[in-house]
Design a protein. Sequence first.
Length: 361
Amino acid sequence: MEPFVVSALKYRPQQFKDVVGQSAITETLSNAILNNKLPQALLFCGPRGVGKTTCARILAKQINSKDHENIDPDQDFAFNIFELDAASNNSVDDIRNLNDQVRIPPQTGTHKVYIIDEVHMLSTAAFNAFLKTLEEPPKHVIFILATTEKHKIIPTILSRCQIFEFKRITANDTQKYLADLAQDQGVAFEDEALHLIAQKADGAMRDALSIFDRMSSFCNQNLTAEAVSENLNILDKGAYLKFTHNLIENKIPESLIQFDSILQKGIEGHQFMSGLAVHFRDLLISKNPKTIPLLEISESLQEAYAEQAKQISLNFLLDAIDLAHSCELNFKNSNNKRLHVELCIMQLASLHFDGEKKKDR
Protein backbone atom coordinates (compact mmCIF):
# COMPACT_ATOMS: atom_id res chain seq x y z
CA MET A 1 0.00 0.00 0.00
CA GLU A 2 1.33 3.42 -0.98
CA PRO A 3 1.98 5.80 1.93
CA PHE A 4 -0.63 8.54 2.36
CA VAL A 5 0.53 12.04 1.40
CA VAL A 6 -1.39 14.93 2.92
CA SER A 7 -3.10 17.23 0.40
CA ALA A 8 -1.07 20.26 1.51
CA LEU A 9 2.08 18.52 0.22
CA LYS A 10 0.56 16.51 -2.63
CA TYR A 11 -1.07 19.55 -4.22
CA ARG A 12 1.56 22.17 -3.36
CA PRO A 13 1.80 24.49 -6.41
CA GLN A 14 4.83 24.06 -8.65
CA GLN A 15 4.17 27.09 -10.84
CA PHE A 16 2.93 30.60 -10.15
CA LYS A 17 -0.28 30.00 -12.11
CA ASP A 18 -1.26 27.30 -9.61
CA VAL A 19 -1.04 29.59 -6.57
CA VAL A 20 -4.52 30.48 -5.27
CA GLY A 21 -5.56 33.98 -4.30
CA GLN A 22 -2.23 35.81 -4.79
CA SER A 23 -2.44 36.78 -8.47
CA ALA A 24 -1.12 40.32 -7.96
CA ILE A 25 2.08 39.01 -6.35
CA THR A 26 2.66 36.10 -8.72
CA GLU A 27 2.20 38.33 -11.78
CA THR A 28 4.60 40.90 -10.37
CA LEU A 29 7.26 38.27 -9.69
CA SER A 30 6.83 36.64 -13.11
CA ASN A 31 7.18 39.97 -14.89
CA ALA A 32 10.19 40.91 -12.77
CA ILE A 33 11.96 37.71 -13.85
CA LEU A 34 11.06 38.13 -17.53
CA ASN A 35 12.18 41.76 -17.58
CA ASN A 36 15.29 41.08 -15.50
CA LYS A 37 14.16 43.52 -12.81
CA LEU A 38 14.22 41.22 -9.80
CA PRO A 39 15.65 42.80 -6.61
CA GLN A 40 18.33 40.98 -4.63
CA ALA A 41 16.34 41.06 -1.39
CA LEU A 42 12.62 40.30 -1.11
CA LEU A 43 10.40 40.05 1.94
CA PHE A 44 7.25 37.91 1.82
CA CYS A 45 4.93 38.68 4.73
CA GLY A 46 1.37 37.74 5.58
CA PRO A 47 -0.76 35.23 7.53
CA ARG A 48 0.13 31.56 7.86
CA GLY A 49 -0.67 29.11 5.07
CA VAL A 50 -1.26 31.62 2.25
CA GLY A 51 1.67 30.65 0.00
CA LYS A 52 4.73 32.61 1.14
CA THR A 53 7.19 29.71 1.26
CA THR A 54 5.59 28.10 -1.80
CA CYS A 55 6.05 31.28 -3.86
CA ALA A 56 9.62 31.60 -2.56
CA ARG A 57 10.44 28.07 -3.81
CA ILE A 58 8.79 28.64 -7.20
CA LEU A 59 10.65 31.94 -7.59
CA ALA A 60 13.94 30.29 -6.63
CA LYS A 61 13.46 27.67 -9.37
CA GLN A 62 12.40 30.16 -12.02
CA ILE A 63 15.33 32.51 -11.40
CA ASN A 64 17.74 29.93 -12.82
CA SER A 65 15.40 28.52 -15.45
CA LYS A 66 15.87 29.58 -19.04
CA ASP A 67 12.19 28.84 -19.85
CA HIS A 68 10.15 30.73 -17.27
CA GLU A 69 6.83 29.38 -18.47
CA ASN A 70 7.55 25.64 -18.28
CA ILE A 71 9.85 24.30 -15.62
CA ASP A 72 11.06 20.73 -15.86
CA PRO A 73 10.66 19.29 -12.34
CA ASP A 74 13.88 17.32 -12.85
CA GLN A 75 15.77 20.55 -13.50
CA ASP A 76 14.90 22.46 -10.33
CA PHE A 77 18.43 23.77 -9.66
CA ALA A 78 18.22 22.39 -6.12
CA PHE A 79 21.97 22.89 -5.64
CA ASN A 80 21.40 26.64 -5.96
CA ILE A 81 18.52 26.87 -3.46
CA PHE A 82 19.27 27.07 0.25
CA GLU A 83 16.53 27.12 2.90
CA LEU A 84 17.26 28.37 6.39
CA ASP A 85 14.80 28.18 9.27
CA ALA A 86 15.44 31.29 11.34
CA ALA A 87 13.48 29.83 14.26
CA SER A 88 16.24 27.32 14.95
CA ASN A 89 19.16 29.18 13.34
CA ASN A 90 18.82 32.62 14.88
CA SER A 91 22.23 33.27 16.39
CA VAL A 92 25.02 35.58 15.22
CA ASP A 93 27.21 32.57 14.36
CA ASP A 94 24.52 31.18 12.04
CA ILE A 95 24.35 34.49 10.16
CA ARG A 96 28.15 34.73 9.98
CA ASN A 97 28.26 31.27 8.40
CA LEU A 98 25.62 32.45 5.94
CA ASN A 99 27.65 35.55 5.11
CA ASP A 100 30.66 33.35 4.34
CA GLN A 101 28.64 30.99 2.13
CA VAL A 102 27.12 33.69 -0.07
CA ARG A 103 30.53 34.72 -1.36
CA ILE A 104 30.96 31.41 -3.20
CA PRO A 105 29.47 31.65 -6.74
CA PRO A 106 27.06 28.96 -8.02
CA GLN A 107 28.45 25.92 -9.85
CA THR A 108 25.45 25.75 -12.22
CA GLY A 109 22.90 28.37 -13.19
CA THR A 110 23.29 32.08 -12.62
CA HIS A 111 22.13 32.68 -9.04
CA LYS A 112 22.22 31.23 -5.57
CA VAL A 113 18.90 31.76 -3.77
CA TYR A 114 18.65 31.85 0.01
CA ILE A 115 15.16 31.39 1.50
CA ILE A 116 15.08 32.43 5.16
CA ASP A 117 11.79 31.37 6.74
CA GLU A 118 10.35 32.90 9.93
CA VAL A 119 12.97 35.65 9.64
CA HIS A 120 11.41 37.60 12.52
CA MET A 121 12.87 34.97 14.89
CA LEU A 122 16.42 36.25 14.32
CA SER A 123 17.96 37.91 17.33
CA THR A 124 18.77 41.64 17.21
CA ALA A 125 22.48 40.86 17.04
CA ALA A 126 21.87 38.43 14.15
CA PHE A 127 19.83 41.08 12.30
CA ASN A 128 22.68 43.56 12.67
CA ALA A 129 25.22 40.99 11.45
CA PHE A 130 23.02 40.41 8.40
CA LEU A 131 22.59 44.09 7.48
CA LYS A 132 25.74 44.64 5.41
CA THR A 133 25.33 41.45 3.38
CA LEU A 134 21.66 42.23 2.74
CA GLU A 135 22.45 45.77 1.61
CA GLU A 136 25.29 44.83 -0.76
CA PRO A 137 25.00 41.13 -1.60
CA PRO A 138 27.16 39.55 -4.31
CA LYS A 139 25.62 39.79 -7.77
CA HIS A 140 24.96 36.05 -7.88
CA VAL A 141 22.88 35.99 -4.65
CA ILE A 142 19.18 36.66 -4.05
CA PHE A 143 17.63 36.62 -0.58
CA ILE A 144 13.96 35.75 -0.05
CA LEU A 145 12.82 36.40 3.51
CA ALA A 146 9.46 35.10 4.77
CA THR A 147 7.61 36.03 7.94
CA THR A 148 4.18 36.03 9.55
CA GLU A 149 5.12 38.92 11.87
CA LYS A 150 6.49 41.79 9.85
CA HIS A 151 6.26 44.21 12.81
CA LYS A 152 9.02 42.27 14.61
CA ILE A 153 11.57 42.94 11.88
CA ILE A 154 13.80 45.95 12.50
CA PRO A 155 13.29 48.93 10.12
CA THR A 156 16.85 48.75 8.77
CA ILE A 157 16.08 45.28 7.38
CA LEU A 158 12.71 46.35 5.95
CA SER A 159 14.27 49.30 4.12
CA ARG A 160 16.68 46.96 2.30
CA CYS A 161 13.94 44.65 0.96
CA GLN A 162 11.23 44.84 -1.65
CA ILE A 163 8.16 43.92 0.40
CA PHE A 164 5.31 41.70 -0.83
CA GLU A 165 2.19 41.61 1.36
CA PHE A 166 0.35 38.30 1.03
CA LYS A 167 -3.37 38.48 1.78
CA ARG A 168 -5.76 35.99 3.32
CA ILE A 169 -7.38 33.72 0.75
CA THR A 170 -11.11 34.42 0.46
CA ALA A 171 -13.63 31.77 1.48
CA ASN A 172 -14.97 31.64 -2.11
CA ASP A 173 -11.51 31.00 -3.60
CA THR A 174 -10.83 28.33 -0.98
CA GLN A 175 -14.20 26.69 -1.60
CA LYS A 176 -13.64 26.58 -5.38
CA TYR A 177 -10.19 25.05 -4.93
CA LEU A 178 -11.53 22.42 -2.51
CA ALA A 179 -14.32 21.58 -4.96
CA ASP A 180 -11.77 20.87 -7.71
CA LEU A 181 -9.71 18.87 -5.24
CA ALA A 182 -12.73 16.81 -4.14
CA GLN A 183 -13.61 15.99 -7.74
CA ASP A 184 -10.01 14.96 -8.40
CA GLN A 185 -10.09 12.60 -5.41
CA GLY A 186 -13.60 11.29 -6.08
CA VAL A 187 -15.04 12.77 -2.89
CA ALA A 188 -18.75 13.64 -2.86
CA PHE A 189 -19.59 16.94 -1.19
CA GLU A 190 -22.21 19.54 -0.41
CA ASP A 191 -21.34 23.16 -1.20
CA GLU A 192 -22.18 24.23 2.35
CA ALA A 193 -19.78 21.59 3.73
CA LEU A 194 -16.88 23.05 1.75
CA HIS A 195 -17.93 26.55 2.77
CA LEU A 196 -17.76 25.56 6.45
CA ILE A 197 -14.25 24.19 5.92
CA ALA A 198 -13.21 27.42 4.16
CA GLN A 199 -14.63 29.47 7.03
CA LYS A 200 -12.84 27.40 9.64
CA ALA A 201 -9.53 27.79 7.76
CA ASP A 202 -9.84 31.59 8.10
CA GLY A 203 -7.95 32.44 4.92
CA ALA A 204 -5.18 29.83 5.26
CA MET A 205 -5.12 27.31 2.40
CA ARG A 206 -2.83 24.93 4.27
CA ASP A 207 -5.33 24.76 7.14
CA ALA A 208 -8.18 24.23 4.67
CA LEU A 209 -6.40 21.29 3.05
CA SER A 210 -5.61 19.76 6.44
CA ILE A 211 -9.25 20.05 7.53
CA PHE A 212 -10.40 18.66 4.17
CA ASP A 213 -8.28 15.52 4.67
CA ARG A 214 -9.69 15.03 8.16
CA MET A 215 -13.28 15.55 7.05
CA SER A 216 -12.87 13.16 4.10
CA SER A 217 -11.85 10.43 6.52
CA PHE A 218 -14.57 11.27 9.04
CA CYS A 219 -17.35 11.43 6.41
CA ASN A 220 -16.05 8.42 4.48
CA GLN A 221 -15.59 10.35 1.22
CA ASN A 222 -19.02 12.03 1.45
CA LEU A 223 -18.84 15.54 2.87
CA THR A 224 -22.17 16.78 4.25
CA ALA A 225 -22.76 20.11 5.98
CA GLU A 226 -24.26 18.38 9.02
CA ALA A 227 -21.31 16.04 9.51
CA VAL A 228 -18.72 18.76 8.93
CA SER A 229 -20.36 21.21 11.33
CA GLU A 230 -20.61 18.48 13.96
CA ASN A 231 -16.97 17.45 13.64
CA LEU A 232 -15.59 21.00 13.46
CA ASN A 233 -17.73 22.06 16.39
CA ILE A 234 -19.29 24.98 14.53
CA LEU A 235 -22.87 25.96 13.69
CA ASP A 236 -24.09 26.12 10.12
CA LYS A 237 -26.02 29.10 8.79
CA GLY A 238 -29.33 27.23 9.06
CA ALA A 239 -29.07 27.08 12.86
CA TYR A 240 -28.68 30.86 13.10
CA LEU A 241 -31.58 31.41 10.69
CA LYS A 242 -33.82 29.20 12.83
CA PHE A 243 -32.68 30.87 16.05
CA THR A 244 -33.34 34.35 14.65
CA HIS A 245 -36.80 33.26 13.53
CA ASN A 246 -37.60 32.33 17.15
CA LEU A 247 -36.28 35.71 18.33
CA ILE A 248 -38.37 37.80 15.97
CA GLU A 249 -41.43 35.72 16.86
CA ASN A 250 -40.76 36.44 20.55
CA LYS A 251 -40.48 32.70 21.28
CA ILE A 252 -38.33 32.86 24.40
CA PRO A 253 -38.84 29.21 25.51
CA GLU A 254 -38.01 27.85 22.07
CA SER A 255 -34.92 30.06 21.88
CA LEU A 256 -33.65 28.85 25.25
CA ILE A 257 -34.28 25.22 24.30
CA GLN A 258 -32.33 25.66 21.04
CA PHE A 259 -29.49 27.33 22.95
CA ASP A 260 -29.40 24.34 25.31
CA SER A 261 -29.13 21.94 22.37
CA ILE A 262 -26.27 24.07 20.99
CA LEU A 263 -24.42 23.81 24.30
CA GLN A 264 -24.94 20.04 24.24
CA LYS A 265 -22.98 19.94 20.97
CA GLY A 266 -19.95 21.36 22.79
CA ILE A 267 -20.18 24.90 21.44
CA GLU A 268 -19.30 27.57 24.02
CA GLY A 269 -21.69 30.39 24.82
CA HIS A 270 -19.31 33.17 23.74
CA GLN A 271 -18.64 31.33 20.48
CA PHE A 272 -22.38 31.15 19.80
CA MET A 273 -22.93 34.84 20.60
CA SER A 274 -20.02 35.84 18.37
CA GLY A 275 -21.55 33.87 15.50
CA LEU A 276 -24.98 35.38 16.23
CA ALA A 277 -23.55 38.91 16.04
CA VAL A 278 -22.02 38.06 12.65
CA HIS A 279 -25.37 36.62 11.56
CA PHE A 280 -27.14 39.88 12.44
CA ARG A 281 -24.48 41.78 10.52
CA ASP A 282 -25.08 39.53 7.50
CA LEU A 283 -28.83 40.19 7.74
CA LEU A 284 -28.11 43.91 7.82
CA ILE A 285 -26.10 43.57 4.61
CA SER A 286 -28.87 41.45 3.07
CA LYS A 287 -31.42 44.26 3.36
CA ASN A 288 -29.94 45.87 0.24
CA PRO A 289 -29.61 43.76 -2.94
CA LYS A 290 -26.45 45.69 -3.86
CA THR A 291 -24.57 44.47 -0.77
CA ILE A 292 -25.77 40.84 -0.76
CA PRO A 293 -22.73 39.73 -2.86
CA LEU A 294 -20.55 40.77 0.12
CA LEU A 295 -21.78 37.60 1.85
CA GLU A 296 -19.45 34.75 0.99
CA ILE A 297 -22.24 32.15 0.94
CA SER A 298 -24.11 30.12 -1.67
CA GLU A 299 -26.92 31.63 -3.74
CA SER A 300 -29.58 29.57 -1.97
CA LEU A 301 -28.41 30.88 1.39
CA GLN A 302 -28.30 34.43 0.03
CA GLU A 303 -31.98 34.07 -0.84
CA ALA A 304 -32.75 32.77 2.66
CA TYR A 305 -30.89 35.70 4.23
CA ALA A 306 -32.66 38.22 2.01
CA GLU A 307 -36.02 36.71 2.92
CA GLN A 308 -35.35 36.86 6.67
CA ALA A 309 -33.93 40.39 6.38
CA LYS A 310 -37.30 41.56 5.00
CA GLN A 311 -38.96 40.40 8.23
CA ILE A 312 -36.69 42.44 10.50
CA SER A 313 -36.47 46.19 10.99
CA LEU A 314 -33.21 48.08 10.82
CA ASN A 315 -33.54 49.21 14.45
CA PHE A 316 -33.97 45.62 15.60
CA LEU A 317 -30.76 44.55 13.85
CA LEU A 318 -28.72 47.44 15.19
CA ASP A 319 -29.91 46.81 18.77
CA ALA A 320 -29.40 43.06 18.36
CA ILE A 321 -25.81 43.48 17.13
CA ASP A 322 -25.07 45.75 20.09
CA LEU A 323 -26.57 43.29 22.61
CA ALA A 324 -24.82 40.23 21.15
CA HIS A 325 -21.48 42.03 20.96
CA SER A 326 -21.74 43.31 24.54
CA CYS A 327 -22.65 39.81 25.73
CA GLU A 328 -19.56 38.39 24.05
CA LEU A 329 -17.29 41.06 25.52
CA ASN A 330 -18.57 40.57 29.07
CA PHE A 331 -18.73 36.78 28.87
CA LYS A 332 -15.29 36.19 30.39
CA ASN A 333 -16.04 38.29 33.49
CA SER A 334 -19.38 36.65 34.19
CA ASN A 335 -19.62 34.25 37.15
CA ASN A 336 -22.59 32.37 35.71
CA LYS A 337 -21.80 32.25 32.01
CA ARG A 338 -24.87 30.29 30.94
CA LEU A 339 -27.21 32.70 32.74
CA HIS A 340 -25.32 35.61 31.20
CA VAL A 341 -26.06 34.34 27.67
CA GLU A 342 -29.64 33.33 28.49
CA LEU A 343 -30.39 36.84 29.77
CA CYS A 344 -29.08 38.25 26.51
CA ILE A 345 -31.28 35.83 24.54
CA MET A 346 -34.35 36.94 26.51
CA GLN A 347 -33.46 40.57 25.84
CA LEU A 348 -33.06 39.85 22.12
CA ALA A 349 -36.45 38.13 22.01
CA SER A 350 -38.01 41.14 23.74
CA LEU A 351 -36.62 43.85 21.48
CA HIS A 352 -38.88 46.32 19.69
CA PHE A 353 -40.01 45.05 16.31
CA ASP A 354 -41.29 47.50 13.68
CA GLY A 355 -41.24 50.24 16.33
CA GLU A 356 -43.57 48.52 18.80
CA LYS A 357 -42.71 46.26 21.69
CA LYS A 358 -44.17 42.84 21.26
CA LYS A 359 -46.95 41.77 23.56
CA ASP A 360 -46.19 39.01 26.05
CA ARG A 361 -47.70 35.75 25.06
